[in-house]
Design a protein around this ligand. Structure first.
Ligand code: TPP
Ligand code: DXP
Ligand code: MG
Length: 642
C-alpha cells in the first residue's frame, strides 16, 4: 500500500513521513509545520537519550530543505562531523529507533554507512565532508552517473586544514559539487580565527547584503530568461563586489559563492537550493543559522547544550546537579592547571575543545596564555613546537582520538627536535556513547614508537598530578594519558622509589605461588577490584615509556606468571613491547596480554564497551582465574569472585 499523501488538514505531518520521498510529496507551504513538529520531537527524543542537541536544532529547516530538493539517497548528502544529523536520521527511516540513540544496538550519534543508505559517508571527526563529497563527485563523473554531491559543513569544521585542502582541490577540478556552509558562529565554544571574522564580514557587509538580495531574486528566477539574467547580473554583481573589495575567500578559490541566506527560512532555502541544484561546478551556499534554535535554554547557552545528558524539556535551564558528584579525570586535570598560576612559562593550547578539556577556567584567568586554535590539531602541535623552541613550556590539551590527526607533527616537529611539549591526552581509552570514531585506542601504540617521547599512564589523581608536574619540568616531550570518567583520588600501595618507577599497589604473600599483574592507567583500579581475593601481586606501571625494568624484571622472575592489562590497542600495545623485551632478557614466564582487540568497538555505555573489549572487572576476574588455574593447577585459587 502506498503511503497517504499528506495534506494541510494533517495535524501530524511527521508521522506520515517515513522516508524523504514522502517529504517530497508535501506542498512547500507545509514544510514550516513539518519543521515545528520535527524540532519538537527532536527535543523530546534527545531529552530522553542525551546527545548533541544544539547543533541539531540549528539545522532542522536546512535538513528538510535538502531532502526536499535533492533526490536522496541517489544524490549524496555528506554531513560534516555528523553530530547534527539527528533530523536527517528522523526523516530517513530511523525516527522510531531514536529512542535508543547512541545506546547499544541503537543508531549512532553520527552518520554511518552501515546504518542507512542515506548516510552517504561516515563521520564523527570533523572537516572531512568536502573531501568526501569531492571524491563522490569525481566518481560520479568518471562512472558517467548522474547524481549530485552536497557537503554540509559548519563554520567550526571549516577552520580545519583538511577543509581547505579540499576547497583548494575542488576549485581546481571544477567538479559538480555543492558545499553548504552552515554558519552559526559557533564551534563547540564560540568559533575562533580570522576566517570567522571573514564570515562575519560576509554576513554583515551591507553592500554584500544588497548584492545578495539581488542575487537571491535572480536565483529564484527560472527558465532561459532567468538564466540569461542570472549570468549577466551575477557577472555584474561579481564585478561590483571585486571593485568594492568584498569578494569572498571562496570565490578566490574557484567557487561560486551564494548567500548568506537565512537558514531558518524554508521558502528561501528551498528556492535557492533548487536553483543551485541545476547549476554546475563548485559552488558554496552560505547559510546563517542559530545553534540551539527553538529551545530557549539552548539558544541562550549553546555551549552547554552542544552535548547534553538526559534533561527535562519543560525545565529551562536545567537545575544544576545537586549533591557531590564524582571528580572526573578532566576535573582533576583542571584543578592541577589552576595550581600552575605561578608558572608564567606555561602556555596552554587546545584545538577547539576548551570546555571538554577542562580549560575554561584557565582561559578566563590567563587569556594571554591560553589559545584555542580552532579545529586544527596539526597546527596546535607545531604551534606548541614553536613556543617550546623559544623557551616556553607549552601544554597541548587534546583528546586521544583527535590527536590521531597530528602524529606526524608530534614526530617531526616535537620529538625529532626533543622539544619540551607536554601533551595532556584526555578521553584515552573507550569513551562509550560516541563510539568507535571517538575511542582513544591508539595513542599508546603510536606514542611508544616515537623516540624521545615519554608516556605517563597515571592510575589516580595523585599520579596524574605527579606526571603533569614532571611533564612541565623535563627537557623532553611528555604525553600524559587519562580516560573519560571518574578519577580515583589515591589507590594506595607502596610509593614509587624513582620518578619513572613502577608502584606495587598490592603484594601477594607468596610470589612464587602468585600471578603478577602489570596494569596501566585505568586498568589498575579495575585489576585491583578484579583480583581482590586472588593470589595476585598488582603492579601499576605508571610510565609506559621509559619502563622501569630494574624493578619489573625481578618481579616477573619471582612470580609464577604475569599478565599485562592496558586500555589501548593490543596490536602494537605496551604489552606487546613488554613481552618482547622480557623474552629478549631471558624472562620466560607464562604471560597473558589483555588489551583492546583488533576490532572497532560499537557505541554503548563505557562499561558495555569495556566488556566488549574484555576489560571490565568481570572479564578481568575470569581471565585471571583461567590463567591462575593454568599456571598453578594445584592451588584452586578462584573459589571466590569479587
Ligand atoms: C577532528 C575533530 N576535532 C574536534 C572535534 C570535536 N568537535 C565536534 S563538533 C565540533 C564543533 C563543530 O563546529 P561546527 O562545524 O561549526 O558545527 P556546529 O556544532 O556549530 O553545528 C568540535 C570541535 C571533532 N569532532 N573532530
Ligand atoms: C561531536 C564531538 O566530537 C564532540 O562533541 C564530542 O562528542 C565531545 O565528547 P565529550 O562529551 O567526551 O566531550
Ligand atoms: Mg558552527
Amino acid at each position: 500500500m502506498s503511503p497517504r499523501i499528506p495534506d494541510s488538514t494533517d495535524a501530524d505531518l511527521l508521522s506520515l513521513i517515513e522516508l524523504p520521498a514522502d517529504l517530497r510529496r508535501l506542498p512547500k507551504r507545509q514544510l514550516a509545520q513539518l519543521a515545528n513538529e520535527l524540532r519538537t520531537q527532536l527535543i523530546e527524543s534527545v531529552a530522553k537519550t542525551g546527545g548533541h542537541l544544539a547543533a541539531n536544532l540549528g539545522v532542522i529547516e536546512l535538513t528538510i530543505a535538502l531532502h526536499y530538493v535533492f533526490d536522496t539517497p541517489n544524490d549524496r548528502l555528506i554531513w560534516d562531523v555528523g553530530h547534527q544529523a539527528y533530523g536527517h536520521k528522523m526523516l530517513t527511516g530511523r525516527r522510531a529507533a531514536m529512542t535508543r540513540l547512541r545506546m547499544r544496538d541503537g543508531p549512532s550519534g553520527f552518520t554511518r554507512r552501515s546504518e542507512s543508505a542515506f548516510d552517504a559517508f561516515g563521520a564523527g571527526h570533523s572537516s572531512t565532508s568536502i573531501s568526501a563529497a569531492l571524491g563522490m563527485a569525481v566518481a560520479a563523473g568518471l562512472q558517467h552517473e548522474s547524481r549530485r554531491s552536497v557537503a554540509i559543513i559548519g563554520d567550526g569544521a571549516l577552520t580545519a586544514g583538511q577543509a581547505f585542502e579540499a576547497l583548494n582541490h575542488a576549485g581546481e577540478l571544477q567538479s559538480d559539487l555543492l558545499v553548504v556552509l552552515n554558519d552559526n558562529e559557533m564551534s563547540i565554544s564560540r568559533n575562533v580565527g580570522a576566517l570567522t571574522e571573514h564570515l562575519t564580514r560576509l554576513r554583515s557587509n551591507p553592500m554584500i547584503n544588497k548584492l545578495r538580495q539581488g542575487g537571491h531574486t535572480l536565483l529564484a528566477h527560472g527558465g532561459p530568461l532567468g538564466e540569461l539574467l542570472n549570468t549577466t547580473r551575477v557577472g555584474l554583481r561579481d564585478g561590483v563586489k571585486h571593485l568594492l573589495g568584498v569578494t569572498s575567500l571562496f570565490e578566490e578559490l574557484g567557487f561560486q559563492y551564494f548567500g548568506p541566506i537565512d537558514g531558518h527560512d524554508l521558502g528561501t532555502l528551498v528556492d535557492t537550493l533548487q536553483n543551485l541544484r541545476e547549476q554546475t561546478g563548485p559552488r558554496l551556499l552560505h547559510v546563517v543559522t542559530q545553534k540551539g534554535r527553538g529551545f530557549n535554554a539552548a539558544e541562550r547557552d549553546p555551549v552547554r547544550y552542544h552535548g547534553v545528558g538526559r534533561f527535562d524539556p519543560k525545565i529551562e535551564p536545567q537545575p544544576a546537579a545537586s549533591g557531590p558528584s564524582a571528580k572526573t579525570w578532566t576535573n582533576a586535570f583542571s584543578q592541577w592547571l589552576a595550581d600552575q598560576d605561578d608558572n608564567e612559562k606555561l602556555v596552554v593550547i587546545t584545538p577547539a575543545m576548551i570546555e571538554g578539556s577542562g580549560l575554561a577556567e584557565f582561559g578566563r584567568r590567563h587569556p594571554d596564555r591560553c589559545f584555542d586554535v580552532g579545529i586544527a590539531e596539526q597546527h596546535a602541535v607545531t604551534f606548541a613546537g614553536g613556543l617550546a623552541a623559544e623557551g616556553l613550556r607549552p601544554l597541548v590539551a587534546i583528546y586521544s582520538t583527535f590527536l590521531q590527526r597530528a602524529w606526524d607533527q608530534v614526530i617531526h616537529d616535537i620529538a625529532l627536535q626533543n622539544l619540551p611539549v607536554l601533551f595532556a591526552v584526555d578521553r584515552a581509552g573507550l569513551v562509550g556513547p560516541d563510539g568507535a570514531t571517538h575511542a582513544g585506542s591508539f595513542d599508546l601504540a603510536f606514542g611508544q614508537a616515537i623516540p624521545n617521547l615519554m608516556l605517563a599512564v597515571p592510575a589516580d589523581e595523585r599520579e596524574l598530578r605527579t606526571a603533569l608536574d614532571l611533564g612541565t619540568e623535563l627537557d623532553a616531550p611528555v604525553l600524559v594519558r587519562y580516560p573519560r570518567g571518574d578519577c580515583p583520588a589515591d589507590l594506595g600501595g607502596e610509593p614509587p622509589t624513582t620518578p619513572f618507577g613502577l608502584r606495587v599497589r598490592r603484594a601477594a604473600e607468596t610470589p612464587a605461588d602468585s600471578l603478577l599483574v602489570v596494569a596501566l592507567g585505568t586498568k589498575v583500579a579495575t585489576a585491583l577490584n578484579a583480583s581482590e581475593n586472588l593470589p595476585v601481586t598488582m603492579v601499576d606501571l605508571r610510565w609506559a615509556k621509559p619502563i622501569d625494568w630494574a624493578a619489573l624484571a625481578p618481579l616477573i622472575e619471582n612470580h609464577a606468571g604475569w599478565m599485562i592489562v592496558e586500555e589501548g590497542s593490543k596490536l602494537g600495545g605496551i604489552g606487546a613491547t613488554l613481552i618482547a623485551t622480557a623474552t629478549e632478557r631471558g624472562l620466560f614466564k607464562p604471560v597473558m596480554h589483555l588489551a583492546l582487540p583488533d576490532v572497532f568497538i560499537e557505541h554503548g555505555t563505557r562499561n558495555e564497551c569495556l566488556a566488549d573489549g574484555g576489560l571490565d572487572v568481570g572479564s578481568l576476574n575470569s581471565r585471571m582465574c583461567d590463567f591462575l588455574r593454568r599456571i598453578l593447577p594445584a592451588r584452586q585459587p578462584c573459589n571466590a569472585t569479587p
